[in-house]
Every structure is written in C-alpha cells, then in structure tokens.
Ligand binder design. Structure first.
Ligand SMILES: [Zn+2]
Length: 283
C-alpha cells in the first residue's frame, strides 16, 4: 500500500483517552519522523493515551521493547506475523529464525510485553494458499498460540481470507485475546465472541463500502470492543490513503457513535478499559 507523506495531519476532535491497541510505529512509513510522531502522541493534551505495538518479527520485537521503555504508556507484543512467508517480505525467506519460540519466550519476559502477536493466518497473497504455505503458516500460528497459553498471555491475531482454518485453530487452542482489524461477517464475529475473544475495529469501520464490517460491529457487545489503527495502514476517511496515526481512531469512534447511538467518548472509554483488562494494565 502506498502511503502519502502527510506528516503533521492530525485528527482534530475533542475526544481523549484513546487506547490504540494495534499499531506499527516501526514501519518504514515513520522513518522520517518517528520520534516526533510519538512525542506528539504522548504529549499533554493528546487524544491518545495508550499504545500497543503489534510486533511482526524478532527485529520488530526489539523495537517494541525499546519503545516501551522510553514511553510510559507504550506496551508491546512479541510474535511473528504470518506474512513472513510472503515472498515479497524477504526477511525470513530462507525459513524461520532458529529457535524462534525460545527467543520469543525470552523477549516476553520483559515487563512491558503484554501479548503474543501479531500472529495468525493470511491466505491473501498469491501463492500463500498452497498446501505447503498453509501448513507452514498453521505450524507457526499454532506454536505461538501454545506459547501464549504457556505464558498466560493474550494473543493479537490476524486473519485474512482464512476464516475457517482460523476459527478451527481458535477452537482447538482457546487463546484469550483479540482478532484485530476485523472485517469479517457478523456471524464470524459471533463465533469469535463465543470463544471469549475481543474484536478490534480500525478506521475501516468508517469506510463507505464497509457494510459488512458495520454489521459485524453491531454484533459486538461493548465489553468486547477494542479500537485500533493498524497504523500506518487503514487510515479512515477523510484521510483514506494517507499515513495513519493513532489519533485517527477518533473517526472510527465517531462512526461507532453513529452506528450504536452511544457517545463516541463513552465508547472510547469502554474500549480503553477493555484493552487494559485484556493486556493486564492496571492504572
Ligand atoms: Zn497489524
């Protein structure tokens, strides 16, 4: 996805107390001004109060742990994203890093690591739904689900074009956690809720053509709702196609207000409490 350089654009609303439960500030889209963006997010008067770094590989884990040490309300996950098998991705083209479960376990001992993620299944890209690729993704996902259960940590899960296999593995391992950037059906949302999982909504909730996501949102009780950006991706209108930053959650929350009739601030407060409960943050 191309992300226009729009540094400096911020969502101008009076909302506050936002917990962005899924963001990638180690992405190259932030290489030019990462520190300035994070300093702004954690400055006095910012609408955003908490961040959860969604980790994608071992390098990303090191970033998350260092960032969480620097900023008081920045938490992180550690885990390996299913796209490591994407031939465009590159880093682990030669295979997964040796001993990656033990390495993740060591990283997870850091006090700011509050989840295993982002992990899951992604059959979207060409060549990622062959039997070999599915088997490799399943093995990686299951190993990390078992790690999370062993460590008593929640999971941050990614599922694209893989609903049936994903649900089967959730039923088998019964993780606690969140299915992030939800864009599935209301029926799938209900199945995930029955398994005790939370559902994360990004700015896609505010996309005009996201009728399915809006219907799924209506099926999610507020005590299982999380807000997230997936920054730098998924910027909501009016910033669609631009680099996404955490304060843009305001637009997802305003759409949630329109859909549910509950005030956006109340929804943000509830979703932030949900996130703190899920990630074991007591403040
Ligand atoms: Zn993500």
């Amino acid at each position: 996805m191309d992300i226009a350089d729009v540094s400096g654009i911020t969502a101008d609303t009076a909302l506050h107390g936002i917990f962005d439960t899924h963001c990638h500030y180690d992405d190259h889209a932030f290489d030019g001004d990462r520190q300035a963006v994070l300093d702004r997010i954690f400055s006095h008067g910012s609408p955003v109060e908490y961040l959860m770094h969604a980790c994608t590989d071992l390098v990303s884990a090191e970033y998350g742990i260092a960032a969480a040490r620097k900023y008081p309300n920045y938490y992180c996950s550690v885990g390996i994203h299913p796209e490591v098998f994407d031939k465009e991705y590159g880093i682990y083209r030669g295979g997964l890093p040796e001993g990656y479960i033990d390495r993740l376990k060591k990283l997870a001992a850091d006090t700011n690591v509050r989840a295993i993620g982002e992990i899951g299944l992604d059959y979207h890209y060409e060549g990622s739904d062959t039997p070999e690729m599915k088997a490799a993704q399943t093995e990686l996902f299951e190993a990390q689900l078992m790690l999370a259960n062993e460590l008593g940590l929640p999971v941050i899960m990614h599922c694209r074009d893989a609903t049936e296999d994903f649900l089967a593995l959730c039923r088998k391992h019964r993780p606690k956690g969140v299915c992030h950037c939800f864009s599935g059906s209301a029926e799938t949302a209900r199945e995930l809720l029955e398994l005790g999982l939370y559902i994360g909504f990004t700015g896609t909730l505010a996309f005009k053509n996201s009728k399915k996501t809006k219907r799924a949102f209506a099926a999610v009780p507020t005590d299982r709702l999380l807000f997230e950006t997936d920054a730098p991706y998924m910027a909501p209108p009016p910033f669609r196609g631009c680099r996404c930053e955490s304060d843009m959650i305001a637009y997802a929350a305003l759409e949630a207000e329109r859909l549910s009739g509950m005030p956006a601030q109340e929804l943000i407060d509830i979703a932030s409490e949900n996130a703190k409960r899920l990630f074991g943050i007591s403040v």
